[in-house]
Design a binder for this molecule. Structure first.
Ligand SMILES: NC(=O)c1ccc[n+]([C@@H]2O[C@H](COP(=O)([O-])OP(=O)(O)OC[C@H]3O[C@@H](n4cnc5c(N)ncnc54)[C@H](OP(=O)(O)O)[C@@H]3O)[C@@H](O)[C@H]2O)c1
Length: 247
């Protein structure tokens, strides 16, 4: 599906929420979904970055997006419930969620992981996705065919030294997706994971500062799989963890 050629109107009529929409892969996914007809809800913590993506979408002739400024670190289940109610009032349904926002934390040996950093990474990468998904399920169920895509990593499938907190958070992400996919099989909401693979973003640069970014795929290069999983051609795909850059 990494060579998937999406029809230009693939996401016409769909409302899709993207977390971490201001930068990296989330910004590119937002622009790409909008270019294929979606109404995007751009969620992130840095308003100026979200406004830039908003401007890009408008300049390209896309449907006007909404902006939801929210720091996942401090957000509570009540915030997500309020957001879900607003989406239900404004759009009547939600057809897609891309859980993309994550933090890396610092790479360190397990015995030196600071407890406060462990809690912060779990809060942003795992708890926020759980609270948000739980709050959004009723409005996702109003869509005839909704797709929830979580973002994983190769270290979320096979643990790797020094990647402790981030790796465990991605194992939890894969587990959350599998539980939901099993509960919702044969229903109108499906759940899958995407592993972007090494991609030219600021997160990748902070993990591999000595690497030449020119050697990496760009967020734009990996968009075919994101489009495939958001569009109805993947309606039968549920419970899969898919790679943008299979080895
Ligand atoms: N790049 C890779 O090579 C790679 C490989 C495997 C998996 N991934 C996964 O792909 C996803 C996107 O990564 P990326 O490389 O695009 O990362 P990125 O460039 O660092 O972008 C992450 C986005 O998440 C947002 N975010 C972080 N913490 C947040 C919080 N507390 N509240 C709200 N938003 C928050 C950031 O907001 P700000 O802009 O305000 O900081 C940013 O927009 C992540 O889930 C990552 O784990 C990436």
């Amino acid at each position: 599906m990494n060579n998937y050629q999406a029809p230009q109107d693939l996401l016409a009529g769909k409302v899709i929420l993207i977390t971490g929409a201001g930068d990296g892969i989330g910004a590119e996914a937002s622009r790409t979904f909008a270019a294929h007809g979606a109404e995007c809800i751009l969620l992130g913590r840095t308003v100026s970055k979200l406004e830039k993506v908003y401007d890009d979408i408008m300049a390209a002739g896309g449907k006007e997006p909404s902006i939801v400024p929210l720091d996942l670190k401090g957000a509570t289940p009540e915030h997500y419930k309020g957001m879900a109610d607003t989406i239900a009032d404004q759009y009547g349904k939600l057809d897609g969620v891309l859980h993309n926002a994550s933090v890396l934390g610092h790479l360190s040996v397990f015995k030196d992981i600071p407890v406060d950093e462990w809690q912060e990474v779990m809060q942003i990468n795992v708890n926020a996705a759980m609270y948000m998904t739980q709050a959004l399920l009723p409005v996702l169920e109003k869509s005839p065919s909704a797709s929830v895509v979580f973002t994983t990593s190769s270290v979320g499938r096979k643990g790797r030294s020094f990647w402790g907190t981030y790796a465990v958070s991605k194992f939890a992400t894969e587990g959350m997706m599998e539980v939901l996919a099993d509960e919702y099989k044969n229903k109108s909401v499906r759940f899958n994971c995407i592993n972007p693979g090494a991609t030219r973003t600021s997160m990748r640069a902070s993990a591999f500062p000595a690497e030449n970014p020119e050697t990496l795929k760009t967020p734009s290069d990996i968009m075919p799989l994101y489009l495939y999983l958001m569009g109805d051609e993947s309606a039968e795909v549920n419970g899969a963890s898919m790679d943008c850059q299979p080895k």
